[in-house]
Design a protein around this ligand. Structure first.
Ligand code: PLP
Length: 371
């Protein structure tokens, strides 16, 4: 573990595999479609700079983020000339910051555009968000979109350079009705967008890009999850390209002891030994993002699965061991040891949360080691 991290708890990320994933994605969507690498929230926990840089070198031509702050850091650090789109809310009072950094922002509603129309001082590029059923951001009716078109036709500082929507259920292949409804609504909205061929039109996240015969790519797709690995089964079986998992999470045994029957392990009264048992302490806890709900998949120690016992503390947790192991033995939370693997998807499924929630919650206290 490189300094300044002196605790042996870390994430390994293989950027060569990210590169191959991105190349495979790019090949799949074809030369005429831009690939936007979505790297918001520290690239879902994988590291914004490293994932953005690797994606750009492998064929991505746009970067997508959630906040203007993320965009400005990227602009400063690596993406001097690469187009960046802020997918989330930018308060109108910060329009000039976006303009100065040449960052494209999202027109999130008619009200937002009316406000921007009044406040804008320097020209700014924006993509209009159209709400086709996610009910999060976007114009909801053709009437609203027509009013936006009217505003931008009068105000040349508001440069309408793209339009997009976002799907709510693109990873649900058992019932595609809502997905198809959103796609058909999007097509209707596009009919009223002027100079469409000069704009970037996009709607597909990883799910919509990869799993639907419609291939609604238009001239850009926006992929986050797919950059860093395959989805869980049963979706994985439908992947049209190879995507490899790029991440693993490890720590070590910091203390190993045999405790008597009838002893409580950790805070509160969640686990009591029923017989003499070897217990290992591991320096990772919920302060690192390893929450109580991530317990069910356990850990790997010397290629065998062991149980996390007792309540997870802020900085440490305990595992039940089948025998004594030396202090310093590697403990794997996600990744492979021998023939055994715990995947991020397995952890996520057992915790009943999406995979992105597992990794984006792993705190900055856990160093990301890139190779
Ligand atoms: N586009 C928007 C608007 C998003 O909010 C996200 C992520 O949630 C993405 C694209 C990327 O989605 P995914 O990670 O499923 O590819």
């Amino acid at each position: 573990i490189p300094p300044p991290y002196l605790r042996p708890t870390w994430i390994d990320i293989d950027l060569d595999l990210v590169r191959i994933n991105v190349q495979n994605l790019k090949k799949y969507i074809g030369d005429n479609v831009h690939l936007m690498a979505v790297v918001k929230a520290n690239a879902y926990g994988y590291g914004i700079m490293e994932i953005a840089r690797t994606s750009l070198s492998a064929g991505a031509t746009w970067i997508g983020v959630a906040t203007l702050d993320e965009a400005l850091v990227l602009r400063r650090e690596i993406a001097k000339h690469i187009p960046i789109l802020v997918l989330g809310y930018v308060p109108v009072e910060h329009l000039s910051r976006a303009s100065e950094a040449n960052v494209t922002i999202t027109g999130i509603s008619l009200e937002w555009l009316q406000e921007a129309d009044q406040a804008i001082e320097q020209p700014v590029d924006f993509h209009l968000k159209i709400d086709t059923g996610m009910n999060r951001l976007g114009c909801r009716t053709e009437d609203e979109v027509k009013k936006v078109i009217d505003i931008v036709s009068r105000n040349p500082k508001l440069r309408f350079t793209g339009a997009f929507t976002h799907f709510a259920t693109s990873e649900d292949l058992t019932n595609r009705t809502y997905f198809l409804r959103q796609l058909s609504r999007f097509k209707q909205f596009l009919e009223i967008i002027p100079n469409r061929s000069e704009k970037l039109i996009h709607c597909s996240n990883s799910g919509a890009t990869l799993y639907h015969d419609e291939k609604p790519f238009y001239n850009m797709v926006r992929c986050g999850k797919a950059l860093t690995g395959p989805p869980n089964e049963p979706l994985k079986a439908f992947l049209p390209i190879t995507l490899q998992s790029v991440i693993s999470l490890h720590s070590v045994l910091s203390l190993v002891k045999e405790v008597e029957a009838g002893e409580k392990i950790g805070y509160a009264d969640t686990y009591t030994t029923t017989k003499k048992q070897w217990i290992g302490t591991v320096p990772i806890g919920y302060g690192d993002g390893w929450h109580q709900n991530l317990k069910p998949t356990g850990v790997l120690v010397e290629g065998q699965r062991m149980e996390i016992v007792g309540r997870i503390s802020m900085d440490q947790l305990m595992v039940g061991l089948d025998r004594e192991y030396p202090v310093g033995t590697r403990v794997t939370f996600i990744g492979q040891q021998g023939n055994m693997t715990i995947t991020g998807d397995e952890v996520a499924s057992a915790a009943k949360i999406p995979r992105s929630e597992v990794f984006s919650a792993i705190s900055s206290r856990v160093p990301r080691i890139y190779k």
